[in-house]
Write a protein that binds this ligand. Structure first.
Ligand code: PMV
Length: 360
């Protein structure tokens, strides 16, 4: 599909008003997206586990307004008006308007809340943009009752990508691939797809315990970070490596090869941070506690042969990944040895989820 396929035919009926709620999860990348071209086109393909507990719930109330010249909306975050969120949503509306041309017809009241604390260092842009895109698609569906479920999800992912790249991986579960890849049929730079190859049941109930090492605001926005990949000395190699890692994962997912899975996932996390450390300007987002946790995971894995590993996003927090079969052992270890490295002892127990759902 191309961008043009997401342009709607003229709407026949426009509802006067309405209200919809969607809950969309966050996701954690296994092969990382880092570096983008214009319009949030990824420089390399990525793949992620969709999460379950970490999610954003968004209610959009809409009513027809007289003037159709400008966008009109209010944002309420966890019960309070948040005008500081408006510029990001305005940019999003400008980017997607051609694809959802009813945006200037309505006044929107956007009420949103996260299941995780705002100051947790967990980015809410993926779940937030996914939830908002699903609400907008729901409005479009009211004007086009014949829209298929597949198209609905695909276009929601397409819109979400224009809000925040990785958000396109937060519509469905449980393993989502985004970005054109030679050997992944149906893969696209424009939206995420359900991973189409065989996945061993060992990957079905994976856990992700998120250790909140540092809850502050991000030092570097992800947009600034992606842009530092332009002219990065290792960019070409890195993008090729992501393609390669996706290739390797095909067998690993099929065979349930946790040993090889761990190698790729940890290498991807460290490569992401290595890219940041070798860009100009350079920066380090890991904290001393991030490294303590990594070393303890390595030691525990070596001595107990437990298939537990880590990944990182663009921050100091650590995602600890392990299969259902070692859940008790892993949680004991996390509580006994890793929680001391978390800010105020805070961590979130999450697991692979099935994607977004409509609440009302
Ligand atoms: O979607 P963005 O622009 O916030 O970028 C997310 C980038 C990483 O989280 C670091 C990696 C990824 O693939 O999710």
């Amino acid at each position: 599909m191309t961008e043009k396929d997401f342009l709607p035919l003229p709407y026949k009926t426009l509802p006067a008003e309405g209200k919809i709620t969607w809950k969309a999860p966050s996701n954690i990348a296994l092969v990382k997206y880092w570096g983008k071209k214009k319009d949030q086109i990824p420089a390399n393909p990525s793949i992620s586990f969709t999460l379950d507990a970490c999610a954003t719930t968004t209610t959009v109330s809409f009513s027809k307004k007289e003037d159709t010249e400008s966008f009109s909306f209010d944002v309420i975050f966890e019960g309070n008006r948040k005008d500081e969120f408006k510029p990001k949503i305005l940019t999003f509306f400008e980017r997607i308007e051609a694809y959802v041309p009813f945006l200037r017809t309505y006044h929107f009241n956007i009420e949103t809340s996260n299941s995780f604390p705002h100051s947790s260092g967990i980015a809410s842009s993926a779940s937030g943009m996914a939830a908002l895109s699903l609400c907008l698609m729901d409005i479009e569906k009211q004007m086009n009752a014949g829209m298929s479920e597949d198209f609905f999800k695909r276009k929601a992912s397409f819109l979400a990508r224009l809000g925040s790249g990785s958000a396109c991986r937060s519509i469905e579960g449980d393993l989502i691939q985004w970005g054109g890849h030679e050997k992944i049929a149906g893969s696209s730079d424009l939206y995420g797809i359900k991973y189409p190859h065989e996945v061993n049941p060992v990957f079905k109930n994976f856990h992700d315990t998120i250790l909140l090492v540092h809850k502050g605001e991000k030092q570097v926005s992800s947009t600034a970070g992606h842009n530092l990949m332009h002219g990065h000395p290792f960019a070409t190699e890195r993008f090729a490596q992501a393609h390669d890692n996706l290739d390797r994962l095909e067998h690993i997912f099929r065979d349930g090869d946790l040993k090889q899975f761990i190698k790729i996932v940890e290498s991807e996390a460290l490569t992401l941070h290595a890219m940041m450390m070798t860009s100009m300007p350079y920066f380090i987002l890991m904290k001393p506690d991030t490294l303590h946790i990594i070393h303890k995971i390595w030691k525990f894995r070596e001595s107990t042969k437990t298939p537990i590993c880590f990944t990182l996003d663009a921050g100091a927090n650590v995602h600890v990944l392990y299969p259902e079969s070692v859940k008790e052992k892993a949680i004991q270890f996390i509580q006994n040895e890793l929680v001391v490295h978390c800010e105020n002892g805070h961590y979130i127990c999450d697991r692979i989820g099935n994607g977004a759902r409509r609440l009302i």
